[in-house]
Design a protein around this ligand. Structure first.
Ligand code: DQA
Length: 147
């Protein structure tokens, strides 16, 4: 299956951005690990990052034609974007929500996620390993839907 790993605003700065909160791994390392891990699970992983809400929506729309599922870390748009939530709902692709940090243990404004309302599940608090856990969860979900 084909899986899109989509990252939102400020995640291009991973590695140097608040490393105590988000870790020291860069996004390109995380993406390379997702692609490598996907191969071991028979999934072709494509990766994309944008700081722009509209570009993220366009990427979700484009995924409908050639992807079977989406792994989404929408960054701060998680807590604000009805438009991203609607985009996920529109394409009817299973979506696993990821956050490096445990958003529920942080400021109250991070406790609310619009993405959760349309995601099959959320993985947060496990740092970059969360993306690997999300690939596992999504592949298992897709396998289950196949039989
Ligand atoms: C984040 C959590 C968000 O609250 C924050 O705005 C981010 C990153 C995470 O991966 O922990 O940009 O999505």
């Amino acid at each position: 299956s084909n899986i899109l790993v989509l990252n939102g605003p400020n995640l291009n700065l991973l590695g140097t951005r608040q490393p105590d909160v988000y870790g020291r791994e860069t996004l390109s390392i995380i993406e390379a690990n997702c692609i490598k891990y996907g191969e071991t699970r028979g999934a072709l992983v494509s990766c994309l990052q944008s700081n722009h809400e509209g570009a993220l929506i366009d990427a979700i729309h484009a995924a409908k034609s050639d992807q079977q599922g989406i792994i989404l870390n929408a960054g701060a748009y998680t807590h604000t974007s009805i438009a991203l939530m609607d985009a996920i709902a529109s394409v009817e692709l299973p979506c696993v929500e990821v956050h490096l940090s445990n958003i529920h243990a942080r400021e109250a404004f991070r406790h609310v996620s619009y993405i959760s309302k349309v995601a099959i599940g959320q993985i947060c608090g496990f740092g970059s390993r969360g993306y690997i856990l999300a690939i596992d969860a999504l592949v298992a979900h897709l396998d289950m839907c196949d039989d």
